[in-house]
Design a binder for this molecule. Structure first.
Ligand SMILES: [Zn+2]
Ligand SMILES: [Zn+2]
Length: 174
């Protein structure tokens, strides 16, 4: 399914869209836990300007950077953007680009059509945390034996300190 709407299809009083299937979702990049619902509202702000309000709601499955296990990550995103056709004939002046009167992020489009599948994908990717952690106190994996220290304990640390082999290994390195 192609998720696209052209500016001319948007009525004066705006249009609500609720994509029913999920083929817009970037399943190749992010795992999800069940459906992620999307709601969009497009409102005309001029001949070549559309305001978008959107909401995303669902649950993702992320892999913890430390212990590599999957954990659920709820997504509850609201966004608001201005979409504007980038008219090459128009001469952009600095004050057009810096601080628009609405203070909303403006996305410039090459043509008066919105690929809102793309828009939703971007918002999902923006919703991802920079550092993925299953919990603030995740202990991660033992760098020696790979045991997940959240659920099991290993004796690597002890062995490292006490065993004669560890002492030898240290001497060899010097
Ligand atoms: Zn973890
Ligand atoms: Zn270990």
């Amino acid at each position: 399914m192609h998720y696209s709407i052209s500016f001319s299809e948007i009525p004066e009083d705006g249009i609500h869209l609720k994509p029913r299937d999920l083929s817009w979702f970037p399943d190749d990049i992010v795992k999800r836990d069940g459906p992620v619902s999307a709601k969009l509202f497009f409102a005309k702000k001029g001949e070549s300007k559309i305001e978008v309000q959107g909401q995303l709601h669902g649950k993702l499955l992320l892999e913890c950077d430390r212990c590599l296990t999957e954990y659920p990550y709820p997504v509850d995103v609201s966004f608001q953007l201005i979409l504007e056709v980038n008219d090459p004939a128009r001469h952009w002046r600095v004050h057009d680009l810096v601080g628009s009167s609405t203070d909303l992020d403006t996305v410039l489009l090459d043509e008066p059509a919105i690929d809102f599948g793309d828009l939703l994908r971007q918002q999902i990717l923006l919703a991802l945390p920079e550092k993925k952690l299953c919990g603030d106190f995740c202990l991660g994996l033992c760098t020696t034996c790979g045991a997940s220290l959240n659920s099991e304990s290993c004796t690597c640390e002890l062995e490292k300190k006490d065993s004669p082999f560890a002492v030898l290994a240290k001497l060899k390195k010097k």
